[in-house]
Design a protein around this ligand. Structure first.
Ligand SMILES: *Cc1c(COP(=O)(O)O)cnc(C)c1O
Length: 396
């Protein structure tokens, strides 16, 4: 049942059909049981450490710091996790929970394919059946990830409804879950959807800020002045923010994909251009057309072009605890190249949005200030599209 735990201010909730209610009630009960269970947490920590490669490094970016002149910049290296991004944290948590619930089958949506690959990975590891729903348009754009998912033993279903992209894949996965609740868990990929997903995904991703806090105290003996992360649905950002929310002196900054600019229609900056609405089971901010329909969104970054944002971010925005800033394709591409050249780290184009903002604010801060930027993933997957942005056509 919807309870106060499912709300972040007025946001969140469970705007779903009766048939789906049974599934989320079962999930909520299981999560309430296992989140405090010592064995469950020990097992998850073992998976994090031995399989995913946690804790991820907190790396002092010396050359970038010297070059930009100003605040010290640290990078939280989620790009070094197995499968190359933060997504594995959530997926291992949910797959383990599903196993405990007696489920034998995982289903998930995917846009660019990153969450699908992570889910297929966990399913392989835990010997579970796996079906991934992906917009038909995206299966064409991301053929390599479709191949990887199949290699990992998953079935990939091309979704043809709507615009045949991520939002349609989410809708189709919910439909499939309604059809087959008994043996199936929907492993949702970000802090979105109906309660309890935004809470569950946040809790599994909160390991990021837990580690940042202890690593920063060990390195500098104090908390950072700002934590910056990119925001699609918002899972790596909320994971990076979570253990700092009560530390009012730490600025929390989410970077939205502005695409070609917030004053164009080719953007995915939800807080900066969207309005309150209800979609995919939750109340939050969404990019909408003048009739209140979900607007088509655009970003060079496939991981950030979702028309909504997790309800907890909507709340943190409204109460002024976190800031949400737009970063354009051009700024992200500049940051992608800068970090590659300056630190020898090729970031995911999503993460480059966060670093781009650090590049803007670090020079305005004094040398005794500290910024942490979460590098949500690695950028191998983005080289073709960045090259194309620069007018170079690599073979596909
Ligand atoms: C999926 C993805 C994102 C966006 O998802 P969030 O839920 O907003 O974190 C960001 N970075 C990378 C590397 C991704 O794969």
């Amino acid at each position: 049942m919807t309870n106060t735990n499912g709300r972040f201010g007025v946001y969140g909730g469970q705007y779903i059909t009766e048939t789906l209610m049974n599934a989320v009630i079962e999930l909520e009960a299981a999560y309430d049981k296992y989140k405090a269970d010592a064995d469950f947490n020990a097992e998850l920590e073992k998976l994090f450490n031995e399989y995913a490669g946690r804790p991820s490094r907190l790396y002092f970016a010396r050359r970038a710091t010297e070059n930009l002149g100003g605040a010290k910049i640290y990078l939280k290296r989620e790009d070094l996790n197995h499968t190359g991004a933060h997504k594995i944290n959530n997926v291992l948590g949910q797959a383990l929970l599903a196993k405990k619930m007696g489920k034998t089958r995982l289903i998930a949506e995917t846009g660019a394919g990153q969450h699908g690959v992570a889910t297929a990975t966990a399913a392989a590891l835990m010997n579970m059946e796996c079906v991934i729903f992906m917009g038909e348009e995206d299966t064409r754009r991301q053929a390599l990830n479709v191949y990887k998912m199949r290699l990992l033993g998953a079935e990939v279903v091309a979704v043809k409804s709507g615009t045949a992209t991520l939002k349609d894949a989410v809708s189709e996965t919910f439909r499939e879950w309604t059809r087959r609740i008994s043996d199936t868990h929907y492993c949702l990929g970000s802090v979105m959807g109906p309660h309890p997903f935004p809470t569950i995904v946040r809790d599994f991703q909160a390991v990021i800020s837990k580690e940042i806090k202890s690593q920063m105290l060990a390195a500098e003996g104090r908390l950072p002045d700002a934590v910056i992360a990119c925001v699609g649905g918002g899972s790596n950002a909320i994971g990076s923010f979570w253990h700092f929310i009560d530390d009012g002196q730490v600025r929390l900054i989410g970077c939205e994909a502005a695409g070609r600019g917030v004053d164009t229609f080719e953007t995915a900056a939800t807080i900066n251009t969207g309005r309150q609405g209800i979609f995919h089971g939750m109340k939050s901010y969404f990019c909408q057309d003048k009739f209140g329909g979900i607007a088509p969104v655009y970003s060079i970054s496939a991981g950030l072009d979702y028309p909504g944002i997790g309800p907890e971010h909507a709340y943190l925005h409204d109460i002024g605890r976190a800031e949400y800033v737009p970063v354009t394709d051009a700024e992200a591409v500049d940051a992608f190249e800068y970090l590659s050249r300056t630190e020898g780290i090729i970031p995911a184009i999503e993460s480059a949005h966060a670093f781009a903002h650090a590049q803007k604010i670090a020079p305005t801060m004094s040398a005794d200030k500290i910024i942490v930027v979460t590098l949500s993933g690695r950028g191998d997957k983005d080289c073709v599209s960045v090259a194309k942005f620069r007018g170079v056509n690599l073979h596909e």
